[in-house]
Design a binder for this molecule. Structure first.
Ligand code: ATP
Length: 298
């Protein structure tokens, strides 16, 4: 009993941390299938019509705990194949949108729909198969680079792994290591920088090739060359996908179909980059601030 209890409890702790940080979700769902907070409705069917899905949030209200509402009626739509970016100060509810779309929690009022289907009514596993997440902090397995990328689609061939690594611009780095794709990474192997890890996560997601993408931009400071590189990778990862980008740098969002500016759980401004600059409000002020001193004004 003790033997069983300790590992499960330990996994439970990791699971809660991971749920919070959007890290290595797929793996944890496999391990912790029983620990879900939301349950499938009896007879729930898998998501359907996933070719080019539209994602909709309709008047979504949400609280993690009673009495402290975090989202106060959030509505937006990500058209098929487009990118919507969310910006706003820390704690404004950006990551909460991602957690709800992945159905870690159910909304208290309103609804979230993928391709017209309320995600509360369909099989949860099918929602998670349809979504690829590039988290802020990717945890790599203590295994080879090949394994870490192929994890996106078990059974992928070496050629497919290399193609994904090339698209994520991490191939040259891997090829330059003495053991190439057989190099062990992670805590007990080659340590990768935050940006390199995020590229491995992008390669993994490209292999998984889900129709919906959530990109949680790393908050860590980047030099401008790295910033441009990440933007290019994001663009290749988001191509033809319905994408939600949680952005900490405004340079990442200029091409988004729509930018949502969140504050205290509400969308306070929305529009394209050009429209928001013309509005001369909050976004325009954040933009001016980031341009003038490069400080992360979000
Ligand atoms: P950041 O830019 O710092 O990541 P964010 O805009 O993504 O912030 P969220 O993580 O969505 O913000 O958090 C919104 C609010 O919800 C915060 O006030 C936070 O304290 C609260 N919150 C987040 N996770 C939980 C949780 N598991 N339980 C209770 N409250 C939570």
């Amino acid at each position: 009993m003790i033997q069983l209890y300790i590992p499960l409890n330990f996994l439970g702790v990791i699971y809660r941390e991971i749920k919070q940080s959007l890290t290595d979700l797929d793996r944890m769902f496999t391990l912790m299938d029983k620990e879900r907070e939301v349950a499938d409705a009896p007879g729930a069917q898998p998501l359907d019509r996933l070719e080019h899905p539209v994602v909709r949030f309709d008047d979504v209200h949400f609280a993690y705990e009673p009495g402290r509402t975090i989202l106060h009626g959030v509505s937006f739509e990500i058209p098929a194949g487009k990118t919507v970016a969310v910006v706003g100060p820390s704690g404004s509810g950006k990551s909460t949108l991602a957690r709800l779309l992945f159905r870690f929690y159910d909304v208290q009022a309103g609804r979230i729909a993928i391709a017209g289907q309320d995600i509360r009514t369909v099989a949860q596993a099918s929602v998670r198969r349809a979504i690829g997440i590039v988290p802020q902090d990717t945890v790599l397995f203590n295994d080879t680079v090949e394994y870490n990328i192929a994890y996106g689609r078990p059974g992928a061939s070496h050629e497919e792994v290399v193609a994904a690594a090339q698209a994520a611009r991490i191939h040259d780095f891997i090829a330059a290591t003495p053991k190439g794709y057989a190099t062990t990474v992670g805590e007990r192997g080659l340590k990768l920088s935050g940006g390199e890890k995020q590229r491995v996560a992008i390669a993994r997601t490209l292999l998984k090739n889900p129709p919906i993408l959530i990109f949680d931009e790393a908050t860590s400071a980047l030099d401008s060359a790295n910033e441009r590189a990440i933007q290019a990778e994001l663009q290749s990862a988001a191509q033809n996908k319905t994408a939600l980008v949680i952005a900490h740098r405004l340079s990442t969002v200029v091409d988004a179909h729509e930018i949502l500016v969140m504050d205290a759980g509400r969308i306070v401004e929305r529009g394209t980059h050009a429209a928001l600059l013309a509005l001369g409000g909050r976004y325009a002020r954040m933009w001016a601030l980031q341009q003038s001193d490069g400080v992360n004004g979000l």
